[in-house]
Design a protein around this ligand. Structure first.
Ligand SMILES: NC(=O)c1ccc[n+]([C@@H]2O[C@H](COP(=O)([O-])OP(=O)(O)OC[C@H]3O[C@@H](n4cnc5c(N)ncnc54)[C@H](O)[C@@H]3O)[C@@H](O)[C@H]2O)c1
Length: 308
């Protein structure tokens, strides 16, 4: 199977490429290197430096004849989307449409799309299930939620099969500190540099942290899940709540050094508790998150230490 991974030089993309290779499939990366790094791409994998908005995308698809696409390339920073909704919309929606047009015109079998927990906004009932009404609180969340609707219509009108995955807070090796869910990478860097960790509010706020290898495995499962599981949206999460205080404690254990916490006023609009149900993905995709948080944080810390 020949799989195109857009955004494959990025954080989740580079882990996804590794999993694709481990399964014996062929991976090709398309990335404009705006936040990704060529060095993230596994040895021997072809990387095409191109923007998803590029007019030459269809020529590339025609030439390469991809079986499937994992579409991860995106503008991923929530605050940036608030200040630059036009650019966010261009990359996350027009970019997606450009990919979908190339898919339908060249008969790609399935598209796996990176959506996000940001589509839910401040949902009251936990764990959040996929049927929950969507109230994105940022333009980033809005482009992800609109992207899902494009996928649905493309499947209905043009028969382009898709699986959309709403990732919770992803963490792990090679994460940058600019995009979504960066609290782990920010804390890891600060701890390494012996700086205090800024915690907004009382630190009791919880998130659903999922290891990037588990997300990459979900992307692969979504490529091969049976047809009845396609054309649907799934949460990809651990269905576990971890407080920011607990996260700081686990990281301090991984680093084997004390952590200094600097409590700041809570930020307006911050969600207090978040946890996504993963039951649909477990039942239909044949996927399970396997990495314990302490072990995942340990790997993240030691990989950063090695890279600096
Ligand atoms: N990291 C998280 O916690 C998280 C959570 C939910 C959803 N997501 C989604 O997962 C996907 C991957 O995110 P990530 O955390 O790996 O981010 P990342 O920034 O590491 O990866 C994105 C990649 O896309 C590339 N890219 C960006 N714009 C492009 C364009 N116009 N054309 C071609 N390539 C482009 C970047 O260079 C980068 O390599 C994104 O769609 C993101 O919205 C991430």
């Amino acid at each position: 199977m020949k799989v195109l991974v857009t955004g494959g030089a990025g954080f989740i993309g580079s882990h996804t490429v590794e999993r694709i290779l481990a399964r014996g499939w062929e991976a090709v990366v398309l990335d404009n290197l705006s936040t990704g790094l060529r060095t993230n791409v596994a040895d021997g994998v072809r990387m095409i430096e191109m923007d998803i908005l590029d007019d030459r995308l269809l020529d590339l698809f025609t030439r390469e004849n991809f079986d499937c696409v994992v579409h991860l390339a995106a503008q991923t920073a929530v605050p940036y989307s608030i200040d630059h909704p036009d650019t966010d919309c261009q990359i996350n929606l027009l970019g997606l449409v450009n990919i979908l047009e190339a898919c339908r015109k060249t008969g790609v079998n399935r598209v796996v799309f990176a959506s996000s927990a940001a589509v839910y906004g401040n949902a009251a009932n936990l764990p959040i299930i996929e049927e929950t009404t969507l109230y994105p609180g940022s333009f980033y969340g809005l482009t992800k939620c609109t992207g899902e609707k494009y996928l649905k219509l493309y499947s209905q009108i043009h028969n382009v099969e898709y699986v959309a995955l709403r990732y919770a807070n992803v963490y792990g090796e090679r994460q940058g500190d600019g995009g979504e869910g960066g609290v782990v990478s920010i804390f890891t860097r600060k701890l390494y540099q012996n700086q205090s960790l800024s915690i907004f509010g009382d630190g009791g706020q919880t998130r659903d942290f999922i290891y990037v290898g588990d997300v990459a495995a979900a992307n692969c499962q979504a490529l091969i899940a049976p047809k009845v599981a396609a054309n649907r949206v799934y949460n990809i999460s651990t269905q576990t709540q971890t407080s920011v205080n607990e996260l700081a404690h686990l990281l301090s254990q991984a680093a084997e050094k004390p952590v200094h916490k600097n409590y700041m006023p809570a930020r307006d609009g911050d969600i207090y508790h978040s946890m996504l149900s993963n039951q649909a993905a477990v039942a239909s995709l044949g996927w399970n998150p396997v990495m314990p948080l302490a072990e995942g944080l340990n790997r993240t810390y030691h990989s950063l230490k090695k890279s600096l």
